[in-house]
Write a protein that binds this ligand. Sequence first.
Ligand code: MRU
Ligand code: ZN
Length: 208
Amino acid sequence: MTVKTDEFFRKADQLIAAGRFIDSKGWVPATSGNFSAKLSDGNIAITVSGRHKGRLQADDIMLIDSKGRSLDGKKPSAETLLHTSIYQRFPDVQAVLHPHSINATLTARLFKNEIVLKDYELLKAFTGINTHETRIAIPIFGNDQDIPRLAGKVENYLDHHTHDVYGYIIAGHGFYTWGASVDDALRHLEALEFLFDVEIRLHGVTRL
Ligand SMILES: CSC[C@@H](O)[C@@H](O)C(=O)COP(=O)(O)O
Ligand SMILES: [Zn+2]
């Protein structure tokens, strides 16, 4: 059993607080969603599978290695591979968040393959962007219970899209976003939620 460091408990507290905020918006209903944060030794703090992500306690955050293997005997998120593959691809990423929001679900119904967000002041919420006069594309993948196969589709997309990717939507499911800290990932999550909402309303579909 691997010893959990002070760093682990600090990151766990950040994920618990993030979960409270995300749940306060209704973005992780019914135990959906999962969150993780990378530690300086390469291991990862991640939510235990099946726990309500808005009511997380210390025991609901567990330790896995960079390949997703449990280091404390608990069962990690069913979607752990979607987290570890982001960390392996983007060394600067230190946190991955996955909500199941209404806006992400509606967006995937309205847009096919991707949603392009452009000319919004809130694009400046994304790391490295300092103007509204730009665009970001958020790819949309079909849902799949075979997580390795889904992760492979994401990998293939990222292999062919070298521009900054700030997240992706899984149709009928939710979306993934990430950042250099839990706070950065949360800022990206909130910005994507707002921009999805704007685009949905522009298409005449009011939120349910
Ligand atoms: C309760 S349905 C949602 C799950 O199937 C899954 O998509 C999810 O986001 C949460 O899975 P988890 O294993 O708790 O991390
Ligand atoms: Zn999910």
